[in-house]
Design a protein around this ligand. Structure first.
Ligand SMILES: *Cc1c(COP(=O)(O)O)cnc(C)c1O
Length: 418
């Protein structure tokens, strides 16, 4: 018997454990995993020590989040109970994510879950951190993944040396939505499904593993959770895990308040939440706003905000606030963190640090409250000193590529990588 089942949040219907299931009569609602047993953290090594993950027999190693009590940043902010969830590469602290962000958890859990459901390969349409995480895990797990990225994101992308043979296609004459379109057609031709985005329960539970480690270390749920959001998937995952902890009953009686942040001037969820609107506003989604932010990983125009069980519902259920952070605040916060805690962090993590500062100023977080600050990515500089990293060298394709051309391409790509 499986230790979990998948249920529809809206109608309560239980679905069989299939890869990326959808509830046919509640199309606009997220499915969630329901775990049979109380929380455990002694089931294996690394991330596999937790029982609240939708996998049975993990076949590769995956290090987890490192949660520690902050001394220096806490002192600087005059806080007494600040915990840092570090997701990145920082061997001295026991942090070994070589792709350097929490996207590694989503990739690991999604891959393992896919394998267990008989899926033979995955198509990932993404830029930056998700692409790197899936490329890394494809090698670690020995599982075929084809990655499709828009050309304009290549400049900011790097791979680990070992990932260089993972088939990566760049759509030369299109933007992000064109590359999603190409990826969709590759999926149809190859028979490999799409990685699934926010609708994939494995993705949300993987990102939610950060709070599993936090509760394991802290012994209870924090009062507040702080994170920079792009698609919102990570925040939703943490909210869902927190609900499970309340039902478990041993780790607290209130959901952690959510403090979620975006990079101004592109902050569609912040703007909508300020007006308590379930719908995002068109004017906040203008592409020219994206050109002005320093955190491309937070720039999706299709976040999981309005969907049933998405960010809007999470904010309503848990309470908390959303924050808009300027580029200047981002860079100041990155520097502050690195000076105080001793490790470099990515710009998106700087957004979270800046949001924490704002929250203390606005008193939406009190200095004595227990706080979990999610540093979603860091240690790239640290890793660069120890390991070789490469600019991604993709095969360029056109958005007008034909199905026959796709077929040939897949054939050569998979032959090369195996
Ligand atoms: C993807 C990403 C985020 C945002 O996470 P979402 O789940 O998309 O909201 C934040 N920080 C980093 C470093 C990321 O890569």
């Amino acid at each position: 018997m499986s230790h979990f089942s998948i249920i529809c949040r809206k109608c309560g219907k239980e679905l069989p454990n299939t890869y990326c299931a959808f509830c046919e009569h509640c199309a606009n609602s997220l499915l969630i995993t329901s775990y049979r047993d109380p929380f455990r953290d002694d089931c294996g090594k690394g991330i596999w020590k937790f029982n609240w993950l939708p996998v049975h027999t993990p076949a590769f190693d995956q290090p987890g989040t490192v949660v520690y009590r902050s001394q220096w940043l806490a002192r600087h902010l005059d806080m007494t109970d600040l915990y840092i969830a570090f997701n990145g590469y920082w061997p001295e602290r026991g942090a070994f994510l070589e792709a350097c962000t929490f996207k590694e958890f989503e990739a690991a859990i999604v891959l393992q879950n896919a394998v267990e459901n008989g899926v033979e390969g995955l198509i990932v349409a993404s830029a930056g951190n998700t692409a790197r995480a899936f490329a890394h895990l494809s090698i670690v797990a020995g599982f075929p993944v084809i990655i499709v990225v828009p050309r304009m994101c290549l400049m900011e992308m790097w791979y680990l040396e070992s990932s260089s043979m993972v088939p990566t296609l760049a759509v030369g004459d299109g933007d992000y939505s064109d590359s999603i379109d190409v990826a969709r057609r590759i999926a149809a031709v190859s028979g490999f499904p799409f990685e699934g985005g926010v609708k994939n329960i494995a993705k949300r539970d993987g990102l939610g593993s950060t709070i599993l480690e936090a509760v394991s270390v802290m012994g209870r749920l924090p009062d507040h959770y702080v994170q920079a959001v792009g698609s919102g998937t990570g925040g939703i995952g943490v909210w869902e895990m927190s609900e499970r902890f309340l039902r478990d009953g041993r780790f607290g009686t209130a959901l952690p308040k959510l403090h979620l942040a975006q990079n101004l001037p592109f902050a569609p969820m912040v703007k909508a939440w300020e007006k308590r609107s379930r719908e995002l506003f068109e004017e906040d989604l203008r592409p020219e706003l994206i050109g002005q932010i320093s955190t491309r990983v937070l720039s999706t125009r299709y976040p999981a905000y309005s969907v049933q069980g998405g960010v809007f519902d999470a904010m309503q259920a848990a309470g908390g606030s959303m924050y808009g952070v300027t580029n200047r605040e981002v860079f100041e916060s990155m520097e502050l963190f690195s000076n105080l805690e001793g490790v470099d962090i990515v710009p998106a993590a700087g957004v979270a640090v800046a949001a924490l500062k704002q929250a203390l100023e606005k008193k939406t977080i009190q200095k004595g409250d227990s706080v979990l600050l999610n540093i979603t990515g860091g240690g790239e500089v640290m890793l660069g000193r120890e390991k070789k990293t490469y600019n991604v060298e993709p095969a360029f394709v056109s958005k007008k590529i034909t199905d026959k051309e796709i077929e040939d391409l897949i054939c050569t790509a998979l032959k090369k990588s195996s």
